[in-house]
Design a protein around this ligand. Sequence first.
Ligand code: ZN
Length: 172
Amino acid sequence: MDQLWAPWRMAYVSQDHDQRDSECIFCHAARHPERAGLQVVRVNEYSIVLMNKYPYSNGHMMVAPKRHVKEVFALNREERLELMDMLAVGCQALEQTLAAQGINAGFNLGKAAGAGVPGHIHLHIVPRWANDVNFMTALADLRVIPEHLETTYQKLKDAFTRLLKKRNEGLF
Ligand SMILES: [Zn+2]
């Protein structure tokens, strides 16, 4: 995927520099979800949901198991079920908070497939809007930012809390 926009890239690059020698970003986020800058939207029993630091579009999230595994078959049944569960909730959250008109969701498994962190499997959930790519292409260098990442983060975090409460009450 090409980068649509990355207005916060420099700030994140600086943060990444501090974490350069530490553990993988998903293990780190699972262990310290409260630390600022990690953008952890949700911590579950077996998985975490976090904002992508290098988003393809506004609201780009990732779901990762808490365990550091790189293969789908290395996930146990509970983890597989929870990843799919988070995909369902994530899609609803994006539709409700950002009015996503479409969603790209999937895995890049292995470096050859473009995985940024090949050692720790993660599912991308990318909201899309009709003509969004064409719109950005037409504007070339001018980056139009629909919403600040922090605002989006808070909205999605609230949406996950709300939706999972409904799910736990058996409403979907
Ligand atoms: Zn890891």
